[in-house]
Structures are given as C-alpha cells and as structure tokens.
Design a protein around this ligand. Structure first.
Ligand code: IVH
Length: 677
C-alpha cells in the first residue's frame, strides 16, 4: 500500500494540473508560469512511476499517445451527426427566417438565435460516461464514424474527465477539432525545414494530424477542440436553451467558443455576421462562416430536420477565399529598387469578395515551388486585405499547350542588364535611375504622404511626367516649370498652380521624412526615424561608417551596407545636394542622451493587431522613444499596447494592474512625442 501521503500528493497534483489546464484551455486565462506547470507534471510522473498502481487513465500524465493501431475501428452514432444548410447572402438569411416563422408563427423580432463562428476543422463526437472520457469518434458519413479515442486523448483542451458532479451519466459532446493559425504556421515551418510537403491549410493539417494510427504523432500537433452541441444524453437534464447547454459544457471543463452570443431577430444576425467578418483575419483560428441556431430547444424539436440538416440552423458562409481560375500570362513589373516581380495575369475570378485578375508570384523560387506554367489552372487566394496569391496548381488540368514561365534576360522596361545577387531569389534591373520604372517608383515614393507629402503629385501624373520626358528623378521636381506643366494633357491652370504650391510647401520637411523619402533600400520609416534621432543631422549621418551605423537600434549589417553604398555614390549624393540647393530643408534634431528619451527605462509590450501600423513599426517607434520592448507581460512591464484580438497578454496585464493603451491612445502618445502616423 502506498503511504497516505503519496496518495494525497498525487491527488493534489492532479487537481492542480487539471485546474491549470481548465484555466488555460477552457477559460483562456493562463494563471501559472510554464516552469511551475512543468515542475508539477514532472513530480506527478515521478510519483506515478514509483507507484504504478496509482496511475489512472484520466490522469493528466496520460496524454502522450499509445502504440500505433493497425486500423481505426468503426463506431455508429446513435444520434446521427447532421450537417448544415448554407446561406451565402443576407437574402438567404431572410428566406431562412421566413421558413422558421411559417412553421412557428409568432413575432419575427422575437426569435432568439445563438450565433457561433463556424470553425474550419473536423467534426468529432466525445462520449463521457460518468464523467470519464470513454470514446472519441469522427463524424464519418454522419451515421458511421471512426474510433479516434487514442488520438483525442492527446489533445490538451479535451478533458479526460469532467469537472464538478452535476453532469449527465451519459453525455455525448460534439464539436470541431481544429488547428489554430499560429500552430499551423509553426507546424508548416517545421515540415518545410525537414524538406517535406507543407499542409495546404489548417483544416487539412488538422485532419491529417487527427487521423493518425500512431497517436504519438497526434500528440505532437497543435490541435484544439471547441464544442458546439450535444448528441446522446442520458441520466441528467440539460438547460432548455442551446447557449445555456454550451455554458454547462464549459462549466464541466469543455472548451466553447468565446464569441458565442445570443441575439434577437434576423437583422441582429446580420449585424453579428458583419461584425465578425470584419474581425475574421484577427481571430486566432480559421473560420469559414457563422452558424445561427434557434436558441430554444423546444422550438428546435418542433422544427426537426430535413434529410441531413436541421431546419433550426443555418451556416452563413463567407465569400470563398480560394477559387480556381486560369493563368493567362506572366508579366514582369520593375519596382523602386529594380526588383523584377513576376505578376500573374488571371482570368478574372470572384474571390474573397472582389474580382481578381492579377496576383503576385513573388520571385523565381516561388514559381519553381508552385511548378506553375502559363495556361495552368491555379488556385487563387485572397484573404482580408492581403494581396491575392497563387497558392497551388491543379496539375490534373494542365493543358497540352502549357508553357513554362521564362524570366527576362534584360529589363522589360529599360532593356538594361538584369542580375540575381548571390543567395537572392530576386532578379534586379541594373539600370538604376536610367530605368523609367525605377524612376517612376522612386518619385512616387518620394512624393508619398509619409515621405515628402507632395499633395497633387499622384501616381498617374508621375507616370505622365516621366513618359513625357519632363522628369527623370526627384531632383528635377523642384525645377518643374509652369509652362511645361500646362502643356500636359488634362493639366489645367489650377492644377498646375496647386502642384507648384504643394512642391514649394514640401521643401520644409523633417530629417526623418527626408531620409525615408530617399528610398534607400531597407530603410523604412522607423529606421529613418532611428537614424535621425541617433545622428541628429544629415551631415553627421552621411559621414558615418558602418560600425557607427550598427550602433543604431534596428540597423543591421544589410541596412548599414545599403546606407554606406548610398553615401559613397556620387550620383546619390549629388541628388541630395541638388534637392538642398532647391531649398529642401529641415531643422536638425537635438541629440537626446538615451536616458533623456521620453520612455527611457520603461519596458513595453505590444499585443494584438494594430490597424494603423504594423506591430514591428509600433515596436520601432517605442524603441526610438527609449523604451525596451518585451515579449511577455510581468509585474515590471510599464505599459501594454493592446490591439484588436489581444488575448492572454491583455488578461495578464489586467491581473497585474499594468497600464494598458488601446491603439488610439497609443497613437496619441506617439503624436505627443512628435511621431505622426
Ligand atoms: S452545428 C446539427 N456549429 O460545420 C448541427 N457545426 O457544415 C450540426 N461546424 O459538420 C453542426 N462550427 O463540422 C455546428 N459552431 C458550429 C460549427 C459547426 C463548425 C462544422 C461541423 C459540421 C459542419 C456542417
């Protein structure tokens, strides 16, 4: 007999670990450092190893996976696992509502709906008998599925036993097993490193990870479960509303979706749909629509189902983010730094809510990876505001006359030689500022709002000025003559005068804007700001050598090298000279010793998605103001900037009483310190 002390300690450790798991996976509120969790787990493993008779199948230690199976056995679902009807627009939602009201009667504004994201994963059923996880199964064809008990046992958000004591004796829980986006990216990075084929999307990765005969493989994969309903229930009573049933599941230790909401009437369903669609990209998992369910279970009963879908629920799908189309041709665009980018010309296709006829192909490595040829049928993806991408080729549909993509051996715009730098996938035009494409891009960048901010000098006008031979580079901007401008097509007196006035006004600028406007490779806005603050004046900056540049926050060897090349180039420095002679000027910056910077000595954390600027830019600005930027929140954190969808770090800040700024307040703070976004 093990001593009472050990039995007690094992119990306490299990309770503690279960509670931490619940807080972490179900409530999304991590409460304990990893190291502490690991220490307890290790202690429990040790005790169980020394007293094997104490091991129980539902101990937190029993999740590592078992020896491989020869095959999955089949199980039958006593209550069939249904699928859902789809709606693709607001009208289809009205039709759904009409059908409900025709059957139920009553006031259209009164009907209560539970709204939940439609997770893109694999439907599964979990069977708990007397609170113990007894079986996990796939949906299969809805009637017969596969027994994946060993696999589901490895998923940390699936409890091996339920919490509390008021659950039904027999409880079948249903939900989706999915792979969160971050886990998907990490898994694909690992797979890529090994040289294996990557997973196309999180759904495929989840399916492939779950249906593993060797559950030890499943245990290595970042899977999660989110519950959305129940099947068989015996020996207990559940609440009479769907959303309350889900809340009971949560209390018993099962994870449900944090976005679950109850609304009244179909218009409110539209509002929920729109609101979540806008946040779709910032959710930590992929969803392909929203599921709306009549919340009242008695009404659900009355409505019943047709063929394989319930009448009381509908999935409003988002416009597909991936569609098939044909690659008509590949053209080559020359960017500001001479980089030549292959652009896919596509048969127009409606995807992600817009019609797409071009997509970037990035570079030759990407074309090789895709194995794409002109004439191929391709899958195009457009998610959120991200530029459209060609994600794969449907090889089975390659036509006989498909032809490989051939890269140009001279610049398609100026005919200059092209080169590929060692170790780089990007082909570059060597024409520099002789190349009209580079001239145009450099001028557009110089004039842009965050650089010299020359109002009225839009992209079209720059194209026109360069094409007509009025302008070759930015230095020519300040010598543009009114008469010659008036000779341009569609240029009236008023526009010409406005442009000249804007040019005149742009001469008074700031050092960071000027450095950024020069378009030196890899020198973005944040780097420009760091350089300006570090050196204070153009004179000081342009005299420095590589070692001094490397002392600047966010300047690495590559950036330093580009800067030195710029300072060493007579034509580049000549251009700066011409600009200054034309009257471009700025005040030098006071060199603040580091300890005098406004945020010196402070540690900041940036979390969630920021709308106006990327997280990296936010970090750069903070560093330029003297703050350290850390990855996790502790009692020593001075302030947390929390963007959209901020999660555990924000919660942690709340617990520790750390100050939190939302994006608006953060932008205001930057503005107070002279950084305008
Ligand atoms: S309810 C009787 N709720 O969508 C209702 N399904 O197209 C059955 N799904 O097989 C499903 N999220 O795999 C429901 N919140 C959610 C869901 C959801 C994802 C999946 C599920 C189902 C498929 C139906």
């Amino acid at each position: 007999m093990p001593s009472v002390d050990i039995v007690q300690e094992v119990d306490t450790l299990r309770e503690q670990l279960d509670a931490w798991n619940y807080q972490y996976y179900v409530l999304d509120q991590p409460t304990v450092p990893d190291a502490e969790y690991d220490r307890c787990m290790y202690r429990l493993l040790q005790l169980e190893a020394s007293r094997p008779e104490l091991v129980r199948p539902d101990s937190p230690t029993q999740r590592v996976g078992a020896a491989p199976l020869a095959q999955f056995s089949q199980i039958s679902h006593e209550v069939p696992m249904l699928s859902l009807d789809n709606a693709f627009d607001a009208q289809a939602m009205r039709d759904f509502n009409r059908r409900l009201l025709d059957r139920l009667g009553g006031n259209p504004d009164q009907l209560e709906f539970a709204c939940e994201p439609k997770l893109d994963g694999i439907a599964v059923s979990l069977l708990y008998r007397d609170g113990l996880l007894q079986r996990g199964a796939t949906r299969g064809d809805g009637t017969t599925g596969e027994d994946i008990t060993l696999n589901v046992r490895t998923i940390p958000s699936i409890p091996l036993h339920l919490r509390g004591d008021n659950f039904p004796g027999l409880l079948e829980v249903r939900g989706e097993i999915y792979m969160p986006s971050a886990g998907f990216e990490q898994l694909n990075a690992r797979v890529r490193e090994r040289g294996d084929k990557t997973f196309v999307n999180p759904r495929n990765a989840a399916a492939g990870s779950l249906r593993q005969l060797d559950a030890r493989v499943t245990a290595q994969r970042p899977l999660e479960m989110c519950c959305y309903g129940v099947g068989l229930v015996e020996g207990g009573v559940l609440p009479d509303r769907h959303a309350l049933v889900l809340e009971s599941l949560q209390a018993w230790g099962l994870r449900i979706n944090a976005e679950l909401a109850v609304v009244h009437g179909i218009d409110a369903c539209d509002d929920y749909y729109e609101a979540l669609a806008a946040r779709r990209e910032s959710l930590p998992y992929a969803i392909d629509g929203i599921v709306f369910k009549v919340n009242d279970l008695a009404l659900q009963q009355r409505l019943g189902f047709v063929s394989r879908a319930p009448r009381w629920a509908i999935a409003r799908k988002f416009p597909a983010q991936e569609e098939m189309t044909r690659l008509l041709d590949v053209e080559f665009q020359v960017g500001r730094t001479g980089a030549i980018t292959p652009v896919a010309r596509l048969e127009p296709v409606f995807v992600g809510g817009v019609t797409v006829s071009n997509a970037t192909l990035h570079n030759s490595d990407e074309i090789e990876r895709l194995g794409v040829q002109i004439g191929d049928t391709v899958i195009v993806r457009r998610a959120g505001d991200v530029i459209p991408q060609v994600v794969s080729v449907v090889m089975g549909r390659r036509p006989a006359d498909a032809r490989p993509v051939s890269f140009p051996d001279s610049c398609p715009v100026c005919g200059s030689a092209v080169e590929r730098e060692a170790g780089e996938a990007t082909l570059r035009c060597m024409g520099g500022l002789v190349c009209a494409a580079q001239q145009k891009a450099a001028i557009k960048h110089f004039a842009s709002r965050r650089a010299m901010d020359i109002e009225g000098l839009g992209d079209k006008l720059v194209d026109q000025l360069v094409d007509e031979g009025l302008l070759e580079n930015v230095a020519g901007l300040y010598t543009l003559e009114r008469e010659r401008l008036l000779g341009l097509e569609r240029m009236g007196e008023k526009s010409a005068d406005n442009l000249l006035l804007a040019l005149e006004q742009s001469k008074q600028t700031t050092l960071p804007r000027f450095i950024f406007a020069l378009g030196i490779r890899e020198v973005g806005e944040v780097t420009a700001l760091s350089l300006a603050r570090h050196f204070g004046s153009w004179e000081a900056l342009s005299m420095v050598r590589e070692e001094q540049l490397l002392e600047v926050d966010d300047v690495g060897p590559v950036v330093a090298d580009h800067l030195v090349q710029f300072f060493d180039s007579p034509s580049s420095m000549g251009m700066v000279g011409t600009l200054r002679e034309a009257g471009v000027n700025w005040p030098d910056l006071e060199l603040a010793p580091v300890e005098d910077l406004p945020l010196a000595g402070q540690t900041w954390v940036v979390t969630g998605k920021l709308e106006a600027l990327g997280r990296n830019d936010a970090k750069g600005h903070l560093q330029a103001l003297g703050a350290k930027v850390a990855g996790s929140v502790s009692a020593r954190t001075s302030c947390v900037v929390a963007g959209f969808g901020a999660g555990s770090k924000l919660t942690r800040a709340g617990e520790l009483g750390v100050k939190v700024l939302d994006e608006r307040a953060f932008l205001a703070l930057l503005a107070d310190n002279g950084v305008m976004i």
